[in-house]
Design a protein around this ligand. Structure first.
Ligand SMILES: *Cc1c(COP(=O)(O)O)cnc(C)c1O
Length: 358
């Protein structure tokens, strides 16, 4: 029997396609190589002949796709002699930065919006020993502060304006092509700063230009209605949504994402908070996959576009599930049925079960 090589993270996996040197010390937690799960039940419920896959990025080491970018950004920061990194974050970037900084033995400063970060993400940043600065303002304000600090202070910014972030994140497109042995017809993503949709397009384009596939997907970006600058055609000053990971009104990759839309002939659309939460629940109950609210917007938008015929039947669709559902336990519990309390007695437990036995 031949054993499979130990997987040691995406930089080792795609070394020749990433900006690292032979002697670079790699800072990795084994990120990447996430499951591409084919949906079985939801297409049936929808009654449409579509092939839908979800790329479950919640199974990265800190529970979101941010790890793909962070392994690159922190690896390069350390190589260049940086002793500290900094980011503004709606939560997942701070969790990832904190973990990779711990791994590298450097300091992470994270700026988060007070009261608007999911509990799991806050726990991660704190647990990994990041210096957590809660600001009385939203993500966009934090991002501006980080840019200002970056100009005067010896810290490396690890938000997606750091080009190494996008280089790491492009590897998700490589994995999808390798598993499907082709590019999908459509790729759907939640859009906040629009770094990830840009990174995926870089990845798809690279394999396309190197002749490894003969097509690229149409890229679809979904925003939350209360936080949808790409739909409004301008920046939004007071973004609001239950999907805190995409509660961003001033996207940092604005021009890049419009280019992706044009080049791929894709589109942006918006989902209401109700649609997002209903799809998060649908995915959890029908397919056994638990993602955070922001992540569900990719599938919510895709399913609506399938229903409306904008995505034709017969299409192969990939939806990125950007983060794990456990990140935001409060939202999950709030929208679920109550637990049943019974006495610790056989008859009572059996009685309570009868209504649910199929
Ligand atoms: C960061 C993040 C997003 C948004 O990605 P962008 O690159 O900012 O568009 C979406 N969902 C989750 C869970 C995230 O952590």
């Amino acid at each position: 029997m031949v054993f499979r090589r130990r997987y040691t993270g995406l930089i080792d996996q795609y070394r020749d396609r990433l900006p690292v040197h032979d002697d670079t010390r790699i800072i990795s937690l084994g990120e990447g190589n996430t499951p591409l799960v084919r949906l079985n039940n939801i297409p049936k419920i929808l009654g449409k002949a579509i092939d839908v896959y979800v790329k479950y990025e919640g199974l990265n080491p800190t529970g979101s796709f941010k790890d793909r970018g962070m392994t690159m950004a922190v690896t390069r920061a350390v190589e260049e002699g940086s002793k500290a990194i900094i980011c503004a974050s709606t939560g997942n970037t701070s969790a990832s930065a904190a973990a990779y900084a711990a791994r590298a033995g450097i300091t992470a400063f994270v700026l988060i919006p007070e009261g608007k970060i999911a509990l799991g993400k806050l726990a991660q940043a704190m647990m990994h020993g990041a210096v957590v600065l809660q600001i009385q303002g939203n993500f966009d304000k934090g991002m501006q502060l980080v840019k200002d600090i970056g100009e005067t202070t010896p810290v490396t910014i690890v938000n997606s304006i750091n080009p190494f972030r996008l280089q790491g994140q492009k590897t998700a497109a490589f994995e999808i092509i390798e598993e499907l042995q082709a590019a999908p017809d459509y790729h759907c993503l939640p859009v906040g700063n629009a770094g990830n949709i840009t990174a995926h397009w870089i990845g798809y384009t690279e394999y396309y230009q190197h002749g490894l596939v003969n097509s690229r997907p149409i890229m679809l970006g979904y925003q939350a209605s209360g936080s949808a600058p790409f739909l409004r055609g301008k920046m939004v000053d007071h973004p609001e949504t239950v999907a805190t990971a995409i509660r961003i009104g001033h996207p940092q990759s604005w021009d890049k994402a419009w280019n992706v839309q044009k080049e791929s002939q894709g589109w942006f659309d918006e989902c209401t908070d109700e649609e997002i939460l209903a799809t998060q629940k649908l995915l959890a109950e029908q397919e056994g996959i638990f993602c955070e609210p922001a992540s569900a917007s990719s599938l919510a938008g895709a399913l609506r576009d399938v229903k409306q015929g904008k995505i034709p039947e017969g299409s192969k669709i990939v939806c990125t599930l950007t983060g794990h559902g456990l990140k935001d336990p409060d939202i999950a519990i709030k929208q679920s049925q109550e637990v049943i309390t019974v006495k610790a007695e056989l008859a009572e437990v059996q009685q309570a079960m009868t209504a649910y036995l199929k």
